[in-house]
Design a protein around this ligand. Structure first.
Ligand code: ZN
Length: 368
Protein backbone atom coordinates (compact mmCIF):
# COMPACT_ATOMS: atom_id res chain seq x y z
CA UNK A 1 0.00 0.00 0.00
CA UNK A 2 1.40 3.37 -0.95
CA UNK A 3 2.05 5.92 1.74
CA UNK A 4 -0.38 8.41 0.24
CA UNK A 5 -3.21 5.81 0.37
CA UNK A 6 -2.36 5.02 3.98
CA UNK A 7 -2.47 8.71 4.81
CA UNK A 8 -5.82 9.08 3.06
CA UNK A 9 -7.30 6.11 4.95
CA UNK A 10 -5.99 7.36 8.27
CA UNK A 11 -7.40 10.82 7.72
CA UNK A 12 -10.73 9.69 6.31
CA UNK A 13 -11.16 7.59 9.42
CA UNK A 14 -10.25 10.37 11.79
CA UNK A 15 -11.96 13.37 10.23
CA UNK A 16 -15.68 13.17 9.40
CA UNK A 17 -16.37 14.41 5.91
CA UNK A 18 -19.14 16.97 6.11
CA UNK A 19 -20.36 17.47 2.60
CA UNK A 20 -22.96 20.20 2.40
CA UNK A 21 -24.90 21.85 -0.35
CA UNK A 22 -22.71 23.40 -3.00
CA UNK A 23 -23.55 26.91 -4.15
CA UNK A 24 -26.02 26.65 -7.02
CA UNK A 25 -27.41 23.21 -6.11
CA UNK A 26 -31.08 22.71 -6.83
CA UNK A 27 -33.71 19.97 -6.69
CA UNK A 28 -36.34 20.11 -9.44
CA UNK A 29 -35.49 23.77 -9.90
CA UNK A 30 -35.77 24.68 -6.21
CA UNK A 31 -32.55 26.07 -4.72
CA UNK A 32 -30.87 23.99 -2.01
CA UNK A 33 -29.43 25.76 1.04
CA UNK A 34 -27.43 24.45 3.99
CA UNK A 35 -28.15 27.61 5.97
CA UNK A 36 -30.77 30.31 5.68
CA UNK A 37 -29.83 33.96 5.43
CA UNK A 38 -33.04 35.97 5.01
CA UNK A 39 -31.00 39.18 4.76
CA UNK A 40 -29.30 37.97 1.58
CA UNK A 41 -32.55 37.00 -0.20
CA UNK A 42 -34.01 39.34 -2.81
CA UNK A 43 -36.64 41.66 -1.32
CA UNK A 44 -40.25 41.83 -2.47
CA UNK A 45 -40.28 38.15 -3.51
CA UNK A 46 -41.48 34.73 -2.43
CA UNK A 47 -38.61 32.27 -2.14
CA UNK A 48 -38.99 28.48 -2.12
CA UNK A 49 -36.00 26.61 -0.79
CA UNK A 50 -34.92 23.13 0.23
CA UNK A 51 -32.95 23.09 3.47
CA UNK A 52 -30.39 20.32 3.29
CA UNK A 53 -30.69 18.82 6.74
CA UNK A 54 -29.56 15.70 8.57
CA UNK A 55 -28.40 12.58 6.76
CA UNK A 56 -30.37 9.31 6.81
CA UNK A 57 -28.93 5.90 7.61
CA UNK A 58 -27.71 5.55 4.03
CA UNK A 59 -25.88 8.87 4.22
CA UNK A 60 -28.30 10.64 1.87
CA UNK A 61 -29.89 13.80 3.18
CA UNK A 62 -33.37 14.89 4.13
CA UNK A 63 -34.48 18.15 2.46
CA UNK A 64 -36.93 20.33 4.38
CA UNK A 65 -39.18 22.71 2.40
CA UNK A 66 -38.75 26.33 3.51
CA UNK A 67 -40.72 29.31 2.20
CA UNK A 68 -39.71 32.91 2.74
CA UNK A 69 -41.95 35.83 1.81
CA UNK A 70 -39.29 38.53 1.91
CA UNK A 71 -40.97 41.89 2.16
CA UNK A 72 -40.11 44.84 -0.02
CA UNK A 73 -39.36 46.79 3.17
CA UNK A 74 -37.42 45.66 6.24
CA UNK A 75 -39.29 44.68 9.41
CA UNK A 76 -39.97 41.88 11.84
CA UNK A 77 -39.39 38.29 10.73
CA UNK A 78 -42.12 35.86 11.72
CA UNK A 79 -41.55 32.09 11.68
CA UNK A 80 -44.43 29.64 11.12
CA UNK A 81 -43.69 25.99 11.79
CA UNK A 82 -45.66 22.87 10.80
CA UNK A 83 -44.63 19.26 11.05
CA UNK A 84 -42.38 18.93 14.07
CA UNK A 85 -44.74 15.99 14.54
CA UNK A 86 -45.25 14.32 11.18
CA UNK A 87 -48.92 13.33 11.55
CA UNK A 88 -50.08 16.83 12.54
CA UNK A 89 -51.19 18.13 9.17
CA UNK A 90 -53.73 20.90 9.81
CA UNK A 91 -50.71 23.13 10.60
CA UNK A 92 -49.42 22.42 7.06
CA UNK A 93 -52.68 23.70 5.57
CA UNK A 94 -52.46 26.72 7.86
CA UNK A 95 -48.97 27.65 6.63
CA UNK A 96 -50.13 27.18 3.03
CA UNK A 97 -53.20 29.38 3.54
CA UNK A 98 -51.16 32.18 5.16
CA UNK A 99 -48.64 32.14 2.32
CA UNK A 100 -51.37 32.05 -0.34
CA UNK A 101 -52.56 35.45 0.88
CA UNK A 102 -49.14 37.12 1.25
CA UNK A 103 -47.89 39.66 -1.28
CA UNK A 104 -44.17 40.18 -0.59
CA UNK A 105 -44.18 43.45 -2.56
CA UNK A 106 -46.46 44.88 0.14
CA UNK A 107 -44.79 43.44 3.25
CA UNK A 108 -42.52 45.19 5.75
CA UNK A 109 -40.53 42.29 7.17
CA UNK A 110 -40.61 38.63 6.30
CA UNK A 111 -42.65 35.51 6.88
CA UNK A 112 -40.76 32.22 7.02
CA UNK A 113 -42.62 28.91 6.74
CA UNK A 114 -41.09 25.52 7.52
CA UNK A 115 -43.11 22.46 6.51
CA UNK A 116 -41.96 19.16 7.97
CA UNK A 117 -38.88 19.41 10.18
CA UNK A 118 -39.69 15.75 10.95
CA UNK A 119 -39.20 14.57 7.36
CA UNK A 120 -39.70 10.81 7.91
CA UNK A 121 -42.67 11.59 10.17
CA UNK A 122 -44.35 13.51 7.33
CA UNK A 123 -43.64 10.76 4.80
CA UNK A 124 -45.08 8.01 7.00
CA UNK A 125 -47.70 10.17 8.77
CA UNK A 126 -46.33 9.53 12.21
CA UNK A 127 -45.75 11.75 15.21
CA UNK A 128 -42.29 10.41 15.99
CA UNK A 129 -39.06 10.10 13.98
CA UNK A 130 -37.80 6.54 13.45
CA UNK A 131 -34.05 6.09 13.70
CA UNK A 132 -32.20 2.92 12.83
CA UNK A 133 -30.83 2.12 16.24
CA UNK A 134 -31.55 -1.19 18.00
CA UNK A 135 -33.76 -2.05 15.03
CA UNK A 136 -35.96 1.02 14.95
CA UNK A 137 -36.28 3.53 17.79
CA UNK A 138 -39.10 6.06 17.68
CA UNK A 139 -38.10 9.49 18.95
CA UNK A 140 -40.38 12.43 19.77
CA UNK A 141 -38.75 15.42 17.99
CA UNK A 142 -40.53 17.87 20.30
CA UNK A 143 -38.44 16.67 23.23
CA UNK A 144 -34.94 17.07 21.77
CA UNK A 145 -34.68 20.82 21.06
CA UNK A 146 -32.39 22.77 20.93
CA UNK A 147 -30.72 19.62 19.70
CA UNK A 148 -27.14 18.50 19.72
CA UNK A 149 -24.51 18.90 17.02
CA UNK A 150 -23.04 15.46 17.63
CA UNK A 151 -26.30 13.75 18.64
CA UNK A 152 -28.42 11.14 16.87
CA UNK A 153 -30.29 12.06 13.67
CA UNK A 154 -33.20 13.73 15.46
CA UNK A 155 -31.01 15.65 17.89
CA UNK A 156 -28.78 16.83 15.06
CA UNK A 157 -31.82 17.80 12.97
CA UNK A 158 -33.04 19.97 15.87
CA UNK A 159 -29.58 21.50 16.19
CA UNK A 160 -29.39 22.22 12.44
CA UNK A 161 -32.83 23.85 12.51
CA UNK A 162 -31.90 26.06 15.47
CA UNK A 163 -28.42 26.98 14.28
CA UNK A 164 -28.78 27.11 10.48
CA UNK A 165 -32.41 28.11 9.93
CA UNK A 166 -33.66 30.00 12.97
CA UNK A 167 -30.85 31.93 14.60
CA UNK A 168 -30.26 35.31 13.00
CA UNK A 169 -33.38 35.01 10.84
CA UNK A 170 -36.35 35.01 13.24
CA UNK A 171 -37.84 37.61 15.62
CA UNK A 172 -40.99 35.77 16.67
CA UNK A 173 -42.31 32.23 16.13
CA UNK A 174 -45.50 30.18 16.07
CA UNK A 175 -44.99 26.41 16.35
CA UNK A 176 -48.16 24.57 15.30
CA UNK A 177 -49.32 21.17 16.48
CA UNK A 178 -52.46 19.04 16.92
CA UNK A 179 -53.50 16.20 19.19
CA UNK A 180 -52.20 12.73 18.43
CA UNK A 181 -53.80 9.52 17.21
CA UNK A 182 -56.76 8.67 19.43
CA UNK A 183 -57.02 12.05 21.19
CA UNK A 184 -57.87 15.48 19.71
CA UNK A 185 -56.82 18.86 21.06
CA UNK A 186 -59.03 21.93 21.38
CA UNK A 187 -58.11 25.26 19.76
CA UNK A 188 -55.47 25.88 22.39
CA UNK A 189 -52.24 27.74 23.19
CA UNK A 190 -49.36 26.92 25.51
CA UNK A 191 -48.27 30.46 26.46
CA UNK A 192 -44.82 30.74 27.99
CA UNK A 193 -45.22 32.84 31.12
CA UNK A 194 -41.51 33.61 31.53
CA UNK A 195 -41.61 36.19 28.75
CA UNK A 196 -44.08 39.08 28.46
CA UNK A 197 -43.88 39.17 24.66
CA UNK A 198 -44.68 35.46 24.37
CA UNK A 199 -47.72 35.99 26.60
CA UNK A 200 -48.79 38.99 24.49
CA UNK A 201 -48.34 36.87 21.36
CA UNK A 202 -50.83 34.31 22.70
CA UNK A 203 -53.38 37.08 23.33
CA UNK A 204 -53.41 37.83 19.57
CA UNK A 205 -55.08 34.48 18.81
CA UNK A 206 -58.90 34.13 19.04
CA UNK A 207 -58.55 30.65 20.55
CA UNK A 208 -60.81 28.74 22.93
CA UNK A 209 -58.22 28.11 25.63
CA UNK A 210 -54.85 29.49 26.78
CA UNK A 211 -52.61 27.77 29.30
CA UNK A 212 -50.15 29.84 31.30
CA UNK A 213 -47.07 27.66 31.10
CA UNK A 214 -43.54 27.46 32.53
CA UNK A 215 -42.22 25.87 29.31
CA UNK A 216 -41.15 22.29 28.77
CA UNK A 217 -37.52 21.34 28.19
CA UNK A 218 -37.01 19.78 24.75
CA UNK A 219 -39.90 21.49 22.96
CA UNK A 220 -39.15 23.70 19.98
CA UNK A 221 -41.11 26.50 21.66
CA UNK A 222 -38.99 26.40 24.81
CA UNK A 223 -35.75 26.33 22.79
CA UNK A 224 -36.97 29.38 20.87
CA UNK A 225 -37.83 31.42 23.97
CA UNK A 226 -34.53 30.38 25.58
CA UNK A 227 -32.80 31.67 22.43
CA UNK A 228 -34.51 35.03 23.00
CA UNK A 229 -37.24 34.52 20.38
CA UNK A 230 -40.82 35.05 21.67
CA UNK A 231 -42.82 31.95 20.72
CA UNK A 232 -45.88 29.87 21.45
CA UNK A 233 -47.23 26.40 20.77
CA UNK A 234 -50.59 26.51 18.97
CA UNK A 235 -52.74 23.36 19.01
CA UNK A 236 -55.19 22.94 16.13
CA UNK A 237 -57.50 19.96 16.65
CA UNK A 238 -56.78 16.39 15.70
CA UNK A 239 -54.04 14.65 13.68
CA UNK A 240 -53.79 13.35 10.12
CA UNK A 241 -56.60 15.14 8.27
CA UNK A 242 -57.17 18.81 7.52
CA UNK A 243 -59.70 20.49 9.82
CA UNK A 244 -60.99 23.58 7.94
CA UNK A 245 -62.30 25.39 11.05
CA UNK A 246 -58.94 24.98 12.75
CA UNK A 247 -57.09 26.19 9.64
CA UNK A 248 -59.33 29.26 9.60
CA UNK A 249 -58.71 29.93 13.29
CA UNK A 250 -54.94 29.47 12.93
CA UNK A 251 -54.82 31.83 9.96
CA UNK A 252 -56.90 34.42 11.83
CA UNK A 253 -54.42 34.44 14.71
CA UNK A 254 -51.37 34.55 12.44
CA UNK A 255 -52.94 37.42 10.46
CA UNK A 256 -53.14 39.26 13.79
CA UNK A 257 -49.48 38.52 14.55
CA UNK A 258 -48.45 39.90 11.15
CA UNK A 259 -50.67 42.95 11.69
CA UNK A 260 -49.43 43.52 15.26
CA UNK A 261 -45.78 43.55 14.17
CA UNK A 262 -46.52 45.82 11.19
CA UNK A 263 -45.59 43.18 8.60
CA UNK A 264 -48.81 43.37 6.56
CA UNK A 265 -50.02 46.87 7.42
CA UNK A 266 -53.44 45.43 8.29
CA UNK A 267 -55.38 45.83 11.52
CA UNK A 268 -55.56 43.30 14.34
CA UNK A 269 -58.96 41.58 14.25
CA UNK A 270 -60.60 39.28 16.80
CA UNK A 271 -58.27 38.31 19.63
CA UNK A 272 -58.37 36.06 22.71
CA UNK A 273 -60.11 38.88 24.58
CA UNK A 274 -62.79 39.23 21.86
CA UNK A 275 -63.76 35.57 22.12
CA UNK A 276 -63.30 35.50 25.90
CA UNK A 277 -60.76 32.65 25.76
CA UNK A 278 -60.74 30.39 28.81
CA UNK A 279 -57.47 30.75 30.69
CA UNK A 280 -55.97 28.15 32.99
CA UNK A 281 -52.72 27.39 34.78
CA UNK A 282 -52.84 23.56 34.82
CA UNK A 283 -53.76 20.64 32.60
CA UNK A 284 -55.05 17.60 34.45
CA UNK A 285 -55.15 14.22 32.68
CA UNK A 286 -57.82 11.62 33.18
CA UNK A 287 -56.42 8.34 31.88
CA UNK A 288 -57.95 4.90 31.49
CA UNK A 289 -57.22 2.73 34.51
CA UNK A 290 -58.41 -0.43 32.82
CA UNK A 291 -58.99 -1.65 29.27
CA UNK A 292 -62.34 -1.49 27.50
CA UNK A 293 -64.65 0.31 25.10
CA UNK A 294 -65.26 3.95 25.90
CA UNK A 295 -68.28 6.14 25.32
CA UNK A 296 -67.41 9.82 25.73
CA UNK A 297 -69.95 12.05 27.44
CA UNK A 298 -68.32 15.42 26.72
CA UNK A 299 -66.99 17.26 23.68
CA UNK A 300 -63.84 19.31 23.22
CA UNK A 301 -64.00 22.71 24.91
CA UNK A 302 -67.06 21.78 26.99
CA UNK A 303 -67.17 23.53 30.35
CA UNK A 304 -67.15 20.85 33.06
CA UNK A 305 -67.75 20.86 36.81
CA UNK A 306 -65.71 18.88 39.30
CA UNK A 307 -67.10 15.36 39.46
CA UNK A 308 -68.99 15.64 36.17
CA UNK A 309 -68.99 12.35 34.19
CA UNK A 310 -66.57 12.47 31.24
CA UNK A 311 -66.85 8.93 29.90
CA UNK A 312 -67.97 5.40 30.67
CA UNK A 313 -66.11 2.22 29.78
CA UNK A 314 -67.56 -1.25 29.06
CA UNK A 315 -66.02 -4.68 28.69
CA UNK A 316 -66.47 -6.91 25.63
CA UNK A 317 -69.82 -8.17 27.02
CA UNK A 318 -71.18 -4.66 27.36
CA UNK A 319 -70.95 -4.49 31.15
CA UNK A 320 -70.04 -1.15 32.69
CA UNK A 321 -66.52 -1.46 34.11
CA UNK A 322 -65.51 2.11 34.81
CA UNK A 323 -66.78 5.66 34.95
CA UNK A 324 -64.50 8.66 34.55
CA UNK A 325 -65.27 12.06 36.06
CA UNK A 326 -63.71 15.49 35.92
CA UNK A 327 -61.08 15.91 38.67
CA UNK A 328 -61.57 19.69 38.61
CA UNK A 329 -63.76 22.35 37.06
CA UNK A 330 -62.56 23.75 33.76
CA UNK A 331 -62.67 23.10 30.01
CA UNK A 332 -62.07 19.93 28.05
CA UNK A 333 -58.72 20.64 26.36
CA UNK A 334 -57.96 17.15 25.04
CA UNK A 335 -60.49 14.38 24.48
CA UNK A 336 -60.09 10.80 23.43
CA UNK A 337 -61.50 9.81 20.04
CA UNK A 338 -60.76 6.08 19.92
CA UNK A 339 -63.38 3.79 21.45
CA UNK A 340 -60.70 1.36 22.62
CA UNK A 341 -58.81 2.85 25.53
CA UNK A 342 -56.01 0.83 26.99
CA UNK A 343 -54.83 1.36 30.54
CA UNK A 344 -52.86 4.64 30.69
CA UNK A 345 -54.28 6.21 27.52
CA UNK A 346 -55.96 9.60 27.62
CA UNK A 347 -59.72 9.80 28.28
CA UNK A 348 -59.73 13.58 28.63
CA UNK A 349 -57.51 16.42 29.82
CA UNK A 350 -59.03 19.39 31.62
CA UNK A 351 -57.62 22.92 31.55
CA UNK A 352 -58.22 24.23 35.02
CA UNK A 353 -57.00 26.75 37.58
CA UNK A 354 -55.20 25.26 40.54
CA UNK A 355 -54.45 27.52 43.49
CA UNK A 356 -51.17 25.73 44.28
CA UNK A 357 -49.59 26.33 40.84
CA UNK A 358 -46.70 28.83 40.76
CA UNK A 359 -47.34 32.16 38.99
CA UNK A 360 -45.87 30.82 35.73
CA UNK A 361 -48.34 27.91 35.75
CA UNK A 362 -47.95 24.21 36.50
CA UNK A 363 -45.76 22.16 34.14
CA UNK A 364 -47.45 19.77 31.69
CA UNK A 365 -45.19 17.01 30.36
CA UNK A 366 -47.79 15.79 27.87
CA UNK A 367 -47.17 18.67 25.41
CA UNK A 368 -48.17 17.70 21.88
ZN1 ZN B 1 -47.24 18.00 17.96
Amino acid sequence: MRVSTLLLLCCLGAVPLTVTAAAGDSIQGIPVIDRLDVESLESGKLHRLYFESVEMGSGQRWYVPVMVAKGAKPGRRVLLVAGVHGDELTPVATVHEVFRKLDPTKLAGSVIGIVGINRPGIEYVTRTWPIKNLGTTWINPNRVFPGKETGNSVERQAWLVMEKLVKGNVDVAVDMHTGGNGADFALFIFAYAGDAESLALADLFPVDQIKRDPGLEGTFEYALVKAGIPALTLELGGPRGYEPDMVKAGVEGIDNVLAHYGVTGQKVGRTAATVNAFRGNALVDVVADTGGFVEYLVELNDAVKEGQPLAIQRNAFGDLVQEYTAPAAGRVAIRGTDAIRERGSDIATILTNQPDCPPEGCPYPGYE
